[in-house]
Design a protein. Structure first.
Length: 168
């Protein structure tokens, strides 16, 4: 079966008596434009999203007929869950983790990142409120702005730090 777009979300769909056939993805597969996978029932699905990346999420529906739905399920993975104590700490964490070019997720007022041992040690030694546990990484933070630059102007990071500084 070839799928070219997602058709909805399970929260907004009349399920009725339909069977739900899950297509499990790892967090790093959710933005892929071309992907070959099998559902839990063994149905082969070829995703070919021709536009921008689809950013598939938990509960997205790829296919529906009279008897079944094919629904995305994101597998939980070993993750770091960071609870920022202030906006300043949130900005600092986003900058530091972004500098390591690690994908960052924001869920329930917490930052999440796939487990990385050196990052975990750094965050713990720096005094951040961080735990390691399995989590579903669903809401990636995105930016198209580069904070680096030596143009003599304030960088994005310095502007964020000024806005969130406790002295303001």
């Amino acid at each position: 079966m070839i799928v070219k777009e997602k058709i909805g979300h399970i929260s907004n769909f009349e399920i009725g008596e339909k069977d739900i056939d899950y297509l499990y993805l790892d967090w790093f597969e959710t933005g892929k434009r071309i992907l070959h996978k099998k559902t839990t029932s063994g149905q082969e699905v070829v995703m070919k999203f021709l536009r921008e990346n689809p950013q598939l999420g938990q509960g997205d529906i790829l296919y529906a007929d009279d008897s079944r739905l094919i629904v995305i399920a994101i597998r939980p993975c070993e993750s770091l869950i960071i609870n920022p104590r202030s906006k300043f700490e949130l900005a600092s964490l986003c900058f530091e983790i972004g500098n390591k070019h690690l994908p960052l997720f924001y869920q329930d007022d917490k930052l999440l990142v796939a487990y990385d041992a050196p990052l975990f040690r750094l965050l713990v030694s720096s005094g951040y409120d961080v735990i390691k546990e399995d989590a579903r990484l669903e809401n990636p933070l995105k930016t198209s702005v580069s904070p680096h630059g030596d143009s003599g102007k304030d960088s994005l990071f310095s502007k964020i730090m000024k806005l969130t500084s406790p002295t303001n």
